[in-house]
Design a protein around this ligand. Structure first.
Ligand SMILES: *Cc1c(COP(=O)(O)O)cnc(C)c1O
Length: 457
């Protein structure tokens, strides 16, 4: 069978049997899909034999590249023992060892207070567990009425209903409103489109923090926790916090005695240049949600990491019913934990964070240059997590109408140049694996700039 026959038959089967996430299937079935069959390093190969640079890190999960020998070996070795067992009433060696290793890594970055790992299998479930934990923490402490959550506009915490309830992206979340619990929303620290002040970012008085404090005052005694994506709101469009914001939120949470849930599903594991992004402002959350990069991008796994204080509130006699009644079938999957362990080894052997520095600098330099292009309103990022916001009119910041799909068009143009990226609305997202070489990063940025120029000129 030739490659082409292969592709055509795969395409037909895909169209016959698959419903893709976040995809208008009518469009999808009218297009030639990209079908990935193989990967190596920071590249992926499609069923027609073309190689692409994986500029989206296979949706923000890949860290050390595809087919890293160390990770492959760890998964194979685990496979020779057992692929899956359960954490409900049983434990497994891979999950135990990885929990210790993960806590140590978290503590090196964020200090000693986070101590306990609650496993699940994706970012949304890590958040669901965090929300239920935070709510029940207060119940078990005998504090009544703490039933609400304060989150941010433009926040994204996953697609299950609890996670959507604390989400702040209207396009994704509005449709399900009747099904959701109500949450409080503080303004997003989105300096480029700040609704609170006319002052320039350097003269900014942190009005967004003041608004959050107003909500904490107004709803004193009702709020269980504040939940946010520390330092960068990812799916909201790579919105980078101004200095002092995250630290300010931590102070407010402490002052008003509410828990802080840090959703580091996207920012965790080196993505922003620190192992965990709370480290940028020396913030230690009460609950930390991790997934995406946790296995280096190999297998589904998540962790909700919390403190002795939160964990301790759930301890009691069996009949007190303080048990955390929550769990998933694939919780603490041994193959995934083995990959996670190997990924943390590679962070050490590759010195991944140190090796990122010149790449982060190159990207920051490129963003600065890109910001001068006529249809780029804002170019922002932290570490190897960046976004370029396309606007129809730079002076008025008027966005392109979303139906024009400018972001998609820019990314399709980059795809022709051999770079696979995926936009968020009008924001072109740049998210290469942390292991990308300087050369490949340079090529990737050239292709992306070319793609943006060709569709906006
Ligand atoms: C991707 C993401 C999630 C959801 O993770 P899934 O594994 O897709 O369920 C939650 N929070 C943040 C910040 C994310 O970026």
């Amino acid at each position: 069978m030739s490659t082409m026959d292969d592709y055509d038959s795969l395409k037909k089967l895909d169209h016959s049997y698959i419903w893709h996430p976040f995809t208008q299937m009518k469009d999808w079935c009218e297009e030639d899909p990209l079908i990935i069959t193989e990967g190596r390093d920071c590249f992926i190969k499609d069923a027609r034999g073309r190689w692409y640079l994986d500029g989206v890190s296979s949706i923000w999960v890949n860290v050390h590249g595809h087919r890293r020998a160390e990770l492959d070996r760890a998964v194979r070795e685990q496979l020779d023992r057992i692929a899956h067992t359960t954490m409900l009433g049983v434990s497994n060696d891979a999950a135990i060892k990885f929990a210790e290793r993960l806590v140590k890594s978290v503590q090196r970055s964020l200090g000693p207070s986070l101590t306990k790992v609650f496993y699940s299998d994706n970012g949304s479930t890590a958040v669901e567990a965090a929300l239920k934990m935070a709510y029940q923490y207060w119940v078990h402490k005998g504090v009544k009425g703490r039933t609400r959550f304060l989150s941010l506009e433009n926040g994204y915490h996953g697609d299950t209903l609890g996670a959507v309830s604390v989400g702040g992206i209207d396009m994704f979340h509005e449709a399900f409103k009747p099904l959701l619990f109500e949450s409080l929303h503080a303004p997003s620290p989105y300096c480029y489109r700040c609704k609170l002040t006319d002052s320039t970012p350097d003269k900014c008085g942190r009005e967004c923090l003041k608004e959050m404090e107003k909500l904490l005052d107004k709803h004193a005694g009702e709020i269980a926790a504040v939940i946010l994506e520390p330092m960068v709101q990812g799916a909201g469009g790579m919105i980078v916090f101004p200095p002092g914001y995250l630290g300010g939120v931590r102070e407010l949470c402490t002052k008003h005695d509410v828990l802080l849930i840090a959703d580091e599903v996207a920012t965790g594991f080196g993505r922003t240049g620190r192992m965990f992004s709370c480290e940028h402002e020396s913030v230690s959350p009460d609950i930390l949600c991790l997934s995406k990069g946790i296995t280096g991008g190999y297998l589904p796994l998540a962790a909700t990491v919390t403190t002795d204080e939160v964990y301790g509130a759930f301890l009691g006699e069996y009949k007190e019913l303080k048990t955390f009644f929550h769990g998933h079938s694939y919780t603490g999957n041994p193959l995934a934990c083995a990959a996670g362990m190997a990924s943390l080894d590679v962070f050490e052997s590759d010195r991944t964070l140190e090796a990122m520095v010149p790449k982060t600098e190159m990207l920051a330099g490129w963003l600065k240059e890109a910001a001068a292009l006529p249809h780029i309103g804002d170019a922002r990022g932290l570490g190897l997590m960046a976004g370029v916001e396309l606007v129809m009119d730079k002076a008025t910041k008027e966005p392109y109408p979303w139906e024009e799909r400018m972001g998609v068009r820019a990314c399709m143009s980059a795809r022709e140049g051999g770079v696979l990226i995926r936009p968020l609305g009008n924001v072109v997202i740049i998210m290469p694996p942390l292991a990308i070489s300087l050369d490949n990063l340079e090529k990737m940025l050239e292709v992306i700039a070319g793609g943006i120029k060709s569709v906006t000129s």
